[in-house]
Design a binder for this molecule. Structure first.
Ligand SMILES: C[S@@+](CC[C@H](N)C(=O)[O-])C[C@H]1O[C@@H](n2cnc3c(N)ncnc32)[C@H](O)[C@@H]1O
Length: 210
């Protein structure tokens, strides 16, 4: 049986270190997208795994149901969650930029091949192409947003969507920017932990839906 990290590395074998960041920059330049939300950076597989274990330990229970990454880039958080001991039935990403979305679909083909070949993974992976502020959050048990650079206005929209759509006991993880919760918010701040990202040390902030 292969280790999760070996499977993850197989998925990304052959991609240069900076390739996804370069794809993002090129497309943003071509389409004149200057919005800070699109600044590219990625999770690191082992650090994101550590974050998932941290939440399970804090909550004293194992994840189940479906995972969603808002702004999934090349899909690293989606595949890390998919390889997280089959806890999730589905791991889904939504990405706006065409080229990153297409790369994540290509890597999903490799993932599906490994799933059949290795017979040790059961989580399904899917990618949506579009705006994460338009996505229904209701089906998901864990929603992640690598939101370090997110514009304040969109952070507020994300918060409103989460409060409106997330189901009870689901988790919302954001990075570096605390959500301005009102006293009557249905979200509760649970915890935070530092995790290394490709762009440096980041604070993952974990909320739970009451
Ligand atoms: C900081 S990167 C995070 C990539 C990935 N989630 C990770 O952590 O490895 C943010 C991603 O969100 C995407 N993005 C920004 N605004 C978006 C929107 N409104 N809808 C969908 N994707 C968006 C960007 O193109 C970029 O790929």
């Amino acid at each position: 049986m292969k280790k999760n990290v070996e499977l993850f590395n197989e998925l990304y074998k052959g991609y240069d270190y900076d390739i996804f960041s370069e794809l993002s920059i090129k497309e943003r330049r071509k389409k004149r997208i200057n919005n800070k939300d699109f600044i590219y950076g990625e999770i690191l597989h082992l650090e994101f795994t550590k974050l998932l274990y941290f939440i399970e330990r804090e909550e004293n229970k194992k994840f189940e149901g479906d995972f969603l990454d808002l702004g999934s880039g090349s899909g690293k958080a989606v595949f890390t969650s998919a390889l997280f001991n089959n806890r999730f039935a589905n791991s889904v990403g939504v990405e706006f930029l065409d080229d990153l979305y297409l790369e994540s679909e290509t890597i999903a083909l490799k993932y599906n091949f490994l799933k059949v070949e290795q017979q040790q993974i059961s989580t399904n992976v899917a990618f949506l192409h579009g705006d994460y502020l338009e996505v229904d959050l209701m089906p998901y048990n864990v929603v992640f947003s690598n939101s370090t650079c997110m514009e304040k206005s969109n952070l507020l929209r994300l918060l409103a969507n989460a409060e409106q759509m997330l189901k009870r006991n689901s988790y919302l993880i954001v990075t570096d920017q605390y959500l301005p919760l009102k006293p009557n918010s249905s979200l509760k701040l649970l915890s935070n932990i530092f995790v290394q990202m490709t762009f440096g040390l980041s604070r993952a902030i974990i909320y739970k839906m009451l």
